[in-house]
Design a protein around this ligand. Structure first.
Ligand code: HAM
Length: 547
């Protein structure tokens, strides 16, 4: 092999962001920051405080609250075992993956040693609290111990003993598999469950009710990536917990999202609302729906056919063209709400009207998570294609109780921040505040994040260098964005660079400027130049910025 070929082989692997994840680059991140800042401001005016939550939680928290039959829990969670004792986990893995422990005498005795090691390690880990003292672990330990005792007395000498050994090996395999060697954790697919967990954990029911919290940050769902759908995506959400279930709370939460969207000038905003009843009336409606769906089962696609059994409400969510005519004939939940739910729904609509919030009733809006009851809502916006839901939410009284807390009312929403940003970009609303969508040819230049530079300091000479450093410090202190080249460069080159970075001004500092104490400021848009003393320059720039 030639030297060249060796080198080629050694070329380091190029890494790329994992499918469904992406880097958010400047200047787009300026828009993300503005959106988040607006959320902080608007939500504060409604009395919400920020909660920052962990990125991962026990898998069971999501399984219990979102529901086992949902797509999120059933198919989309990023879950892993956080091994409490990596050594124990390794021994367990070795035992369960051993190809053939009875292949020869050496393998057989090594295997026995490994099983005895497992017993010792698990016993010690349970004693010192590293592994949970759970029923599963107690069972596992007992079974492995018993089988190990029998196994120790076996040999490969005769068929009968070998058969007994194989029985033990099979039983040990099963017993080791049931051991809980660590915590089952999941990257959060949403944050409502976490907020409820935090509400209980911090005894927030003792605070004046309701407690109003908001959050923002990444969520993780293993969905098929496409425009507006990612595996790591960002939500801005809010929850109201405790107190009453007064319809005015539902309406105010919705009003808050709409105010936020209004402030961002989001275009084509459409609010859909529905009521999906409560534990009294919904089960009866679900049974009716199931019965009606069974009559037309053959005409439905495989997903809907499956959902007749698991969750008939979700059939109403179907986007399949061939199912639309059938779904249109199904009974509406609004006609099957109990008196209390119907009154609550009517009052929510009235409260929305009083707040001047426009809505459309959508009887098919059931939402994909199990914890909802009564009010559900979704907001769509312009320019998003098929993934056009920019916000989803609803009431979830009882969820806190389901997670071991006191009976507690709850309602909230989450905005898909990626989609919100996409929609703002599609409608050109980001341009108003100077945040441009970056065309791919521009990306290289702006990837450094230096778009939006106010002043480029072009300097030449040792004395000018010291002045340039001081000027940059003072300008930055005054709030201007300053680019100070680290090495001196000819003024022509420096001005070209300033232009490329989209700087508004170039401050030219050479020997003359320094000795005269008069600095040259060039306005790059029109090429005009003027000389200023240091204090006058600051004043001039301040005045220009205020214009
Ligand atoms: P959700 O409807 O599952 O509700 O998600 C809310 C929003 O997050 C969606 O409307 C969408 O904008 C965005 N979203 C969801 N999945 C993705 C994805 N894969 N890529 C990009 N954006 C996505 C919840 O999460 C509930 N926790 C909302 C809630 C809060 N209900 C009551 N309180």
């Amino acid at each position: 092999m030639s030297e060249g070929a060796v080198k080629k082989e050694e070329k380091p692997r190029k890494f790329q962001a994992i499918r469904g994840t992406r880097d958010l680059l400047p200047p787009e991140t300026t828009l993300w920051n503005r959106v988040e800042q607006t959320a902080h401001e608007v939500f504060a005016t409604f009395g919400f405080g920020e909660i920052r939550l962990p990125i991962f939680e026990p898998t069971e928290l999501f399984a219990r609250s979102i529901g086992l039959d949902t797509d999120v829990v059933g198919k989309e969670m990023y879950s892993f075992v956080d091994d409490a004792t990596p050594r124990l986990a390794r021994v367990a893995y070795t035992i369960t993956e051993w190809p053939d422990p009875t292949r020869d005498g050496d393998q057989f005795s090594a295997y026995k040693g490994c099983v005895s090691g497992f017993v010792e390690e698990l016993e010690a880990a349970m004693a010192n609290g590293e592994a949970p003292r759970s029923t599963a672990n107690k069972q596992s330990l007992q079974d492995v111990k018993e089988r190990y005792e029998t196994l120790s007395a076996t040999s490969l000498e005769n068929d009968q003993s070998r058969r007994l050994a194989l029985d033990c090996i099979r039983a040990i395999y099963l017993a080791v598999r049931i051991a809980e060697l660590g915590d089952y954790l999941t990257l959060r697919p949403e944050a409502t469950a976490s907020v409820c967990r935090a509400y209980i954990e911090h005894g927030m029911q003792q605070l004046p009710q309701p407690v109003k919290l908001y959050y923002m940050g990444p969520m993780f769902r293993r969905e098929r990536p496409q425009k507006g759908r990612y595996r790591q995506f960002y939500q801005i959400g809010a929850e109201v917990l405790g107190g009453s279930d007064a319809p005015a709370i539902d309406a105010e939460v919705i009003e808050m999202v709409m105010t936020f969207f209004d402030r961002l000038e989001l275009q084509g905003v459409q609010l859909d609302i529905n009521s999906i009843g409560d534990r009294n009336c919904r089960p009866k409606y679900v049974e009716l729906l199931r019965a009606e769906l069974l009559k037309v089962k053959d005409k439905l696609g495989p997903d809907s056919q499956r959902r007749i059994e698991t969750n008939p409400l979700r059939v109403l969510d179907s986007k399949l063209e061939s199912e639309q005519a059938i779904i249109a004939t199904l009974p509406h939940i609004a006609d099957h709400l109990c008196e209390e739910c119907a009154a609550h729904y009517a009052a929510v609509k009235h409260e929305l009207e009083m707040r001047g919030v426009f809505f459309r009733e959508n009887w098919r809006l059931v939402r994909g998570l199990d914890y909802y009851m009564r009010t559900t809502f979704e907001i769509t916006a312009q320019g998003l294609g098929s993934q056009n839901a920019v916000c989803g939410g609803g009431r979830y009284d009882g969820l806190v109780e389901l997670l071991g807390g006191p009976p507690t009312k709850g309602i909230g929403f989450a905005i898909g921040e990626d989609r919100l940003i996409l929609s703002l970009q599609e409608s050109g609303k980001e341009v108003a505040s100077g945040e441009r969508r970056v065309a791919s040819k521009e990306r290289k230049e702006v990837a450094s994040g230096r778009l939006g530079v106010d002043v480029y300091v072009a300097w030449m000479g040792e004395r000018a260098h010291a002045t340039a450093i001081r000027a940059a410090k003072d300008l930055r202190k005054a709030g201007f964005s300053v680019e100070l080249p680290p090495v001196e460069q000819k003024f022509g080159k420096a001005l070209g660079q300033a232009d490329k970075l989209g700087a508004k001004y170039a401050l030219i500092l050479g020997d003359n400027e320094v000795s005269e104490g008069l600095w040259t400021l060039k306005t790059l848009a029109d090429g005009s130049q003027a000389k200023f003393t240091e204090p006058d320059l600051l004043e001039h720039l301040r005045r220009q910025k205020a214009l």
